[in-house]
Write a protein that binds this ligand. Structure first.
Ligand code: NAP
Length: 570
């Protein structure tokens, strides 16, 4: 049912066109928003997608720093739901770069004819639930409010950048910016003295890419990260043709693997394998493309501290073998966590960058940064004169983007308050007290821990199938029960307990030293660690059982929506 068809209080509209009406609104036009909008349009709904950016692409619109590229195999990152898209698109590299990734998403938007349903430069600032009319009212910066029945937030998991809490940020006279805000027009770094703070996945990509292009590069590292080679290569026309014949097999493998990749965990147990067998596997994986070194390893690497330490020793040895100055090598080897406790950055000649005369590693855990000055960075040991400062200091991950929106549910309850100190969700996709609000890339879904588009297709299919069934029965309101939400949160917490990553100080555990309340302390359970196949089984069972965790139209907890038919390619 279209909301225009209904009588709103006062005669069916707001009395003068001051409010725009839509059946459904999607906030965000990245990977999640694009597919969600497509599904809503396919359902026959009057749907609109809003984005604060001037174009679609989300993370691939924003992240334009040198070296930005996939560390998912390109052909496992594309949408799998459309044979036409798969057939028509050719990837040029196994791990393609940001410009190509953005071109791909533009291609999808145009091929699916979605652009006319998207509105750009449109920042949603607030969403308020009207409990009497079962509608969301959105405030949009500089535009009319929009009312919609169904609201989808596809606002990204790493879309709220955080600047370091260092005195003097903003005082520097030259260009200084967060990696997320790398100038879109590009920046000529030739001959420049560049300082970069942060050595996460972003910093590691940039450092490796620019080391031989700048005058001098000074890396300010607080804690090193475990990292291993990406092993990228071009994809020839012949290989692309072969990949196209294998797509069904590729996506089936991704669906069966915990991380949503072609990388499948080793079958043998860590302690069953001899030290020689382990070494042979690790040598092989180290030279293979992508996340195999992490995800095709022994399963115990994720759970058993002793096994993890032995593997970490192996990677440390590899680092020592690649860095000439052994005192620098030691600084690049993490000592406070094991390999894979935090998200593993993949690199291309990153460690070799430190063999160059124009690259200096400054360990700011030894000599802390005291302040950013008009001419550079001052540590407790010395002053560094710089031309450009890059803050590769990460994101307020997963929940950060939600905090930028003022979302008010039943009785004016604020989502941000409900989600402090940590998010509480049903399957990561809905939350009690906020009916008709769907978060297909939200906290406690699998989107942050599974190859992103593989997870997004699962989540978008789930919420779309759910809605399709509900709409067929004329439902206008859907909300999870408190009991169902409590059970999901308990499960999410249990999944953390199984893994060594619970001990890490990284965004997986909600840590961010630059955000009040996110410093070292209690784990925030913000991602789902059960893996893609388990998550998909839970979603399928929930649908097959008639969504009995949900209340439809204030009261019915039983199967108001029909279980949808199984979808292919999810
Ligand atoms: P990050 O992993 O959170 O790393 C932030 C870095 O900044 C850390 O090294 C951190 O040090 C440092 N830092 C923060 N505040 C600091 C301060 N005040 N002083 C000194 N150092 C400071 O962020 P990221 O590198 O942007 O990566 C975030 C995530 O984005 C990745 O984990 C990944 O999921 C995603 N990503 C993906 C790709 C890809 O798909 N190819 C590429 C890049 C990023 P501490 O560790 O000591 O806090």
């Amino acid at each position: 049912m279209r909301i225009e068809d209904e009588a709103a209080p006062g005669g069916g509209n707001d009395g003068g066109g001051a409010v725009e009406r839509r059946d459904a609104v999607v906030v965000g036009t990245g990977v999640c928003g694009i597919y969600q909008l497509h599904r809503l349009r396919e359902m026959g709904l009057d749907a609109l997608a809003l984005d604060a950016n001037p174009g679609p692409g989300g993370t691939w619109w924003m992240n334009r720093y040198p070296g930005a590229r996939f560390d998912s195999e390109s052909y496992t990152y594309g949408f799998s739901f459309s044979k036409e898209l798969l057939e028509e698109w050719n990837w040029s590299e196994r791990f393609s770069g940001q410009p190509e990734n953005l071109r791909y998403l533009d291609f999808v938007v145009d091929r699916l004819d979605l652009r006319r349903l998207m509105r750009f430069d449109s920042r949603v600032t607030a969403a308020r639930w009207d409990d009497a009319r079962n509608l969301w009212r959105l405030e949009v910066e500089g535009a009319r409010p929009i009312e919609c029945r169904w609201l989808f937030l596809g606002i990204g998991v790493l879309s709220r950048p955080t600047m370091p809490r260092i005195a003097g940020v903003g005082d520097f006279q030259g260009p200084e910016f967060h990696t997320y805000d790398w100038p879109h027009e590009g920046l000529d770094l030739a001959g420049k003295r560049v300082g970069i703070i942060g050595t996460g996945a972003t910093g590691i990509q940039i450092i490796a890419e620019i080391a031989d292009k700048v005058g001098e590069l000074t890396v300010f590292q607080r804690r090193p990260n475990w990292s291993a080679p990406l092993n990228n290569s071009p994809i020839s026309a012949e290989e692309m043709a072969r990949i196209k014949t294998r797509y069904d097999e590729i996506f089936a493998t991704c669906a069966a693997s915990p991380g949503g990749f072609e990388h499948i965990p080793a079958e043998k147990g860590f302690w069953e394998a001899t030290p020689e067998e382990r070494r042979a596997l690790w040598d092989r994986l180290y030279d293979q493309p992508g996340f195999g070194i992490w995800l095709s390893n022994y399963r115990e690497i994720f759970t058993d501290e002793k096994a993890n330490a032995l593997f970490s020793d192996y990677i440390a040895e590899r680092i020592r073998g690649r860095v000439k100055d052994q005192s620098v090598a030691e600084k690049l080897i993490p000592k406070d966590h094991g390999f894979g406790w935090a998200r593993v950055p993949l690199e291309t000649r990153y460690f070799e960058a430190y063999n160059r005369d124009n690259v200096e590693l400054v360990d700011v855990s030894e000599t802390p940064i005291e302040r950013i000055t008009p001419t550079g960075i001052r540590t407790s040991a010395r002053e560094f004169e710089l031309d450009v400062i890059v803050y590769a200091t990460g994101f307020d991950a997963v929940t950060g983007a939600f905090e930028m929106l003022d979302v008010e549910g039943i009785g004016g309850r604020r989502l941000n308050e409900k989600w402090t100190p940590e998010p509480l969700t049903w399957l990561g996709m809905m939350t009690t007290g906020f009916p008709n609000l769907f978060t297909p890339s939200g906290p406690q879904s699998s989107s942050a821990t599974v190859n992103y588009p593989r997870s997004i297709e699962m989540c978008v299919n789930f919420v779309s199938d759910l809605m399709e069934g509900a709409l067929a029965r004329g439902a206008t309101r859907i909300e999870p029960t408190q009991a169902a939400e409590d059970a999901w949160v308990k499960h999410v917490r249990e999944m953390y307990e199984m893994l060594l990553l619970r001990k890490s100080r990284s965004w997986f555990t909600g840590y961010n030293s630059n955000v009040e309340g996110r410093e070292i302390g209690k784990v925030r359970h913000i991602v789902y660690n059960g893996g893609g196949p388990k998550y998909q089984r839970i979603l399928a069972r929930t649908a097959a059982e008639g969504y009995r965790d949900l209340v439809f139209d204030r009261g019915e907890t039983e199967a108001r929506a029909e279980a949808p038919p199984a979808r292919a390619g999810a």
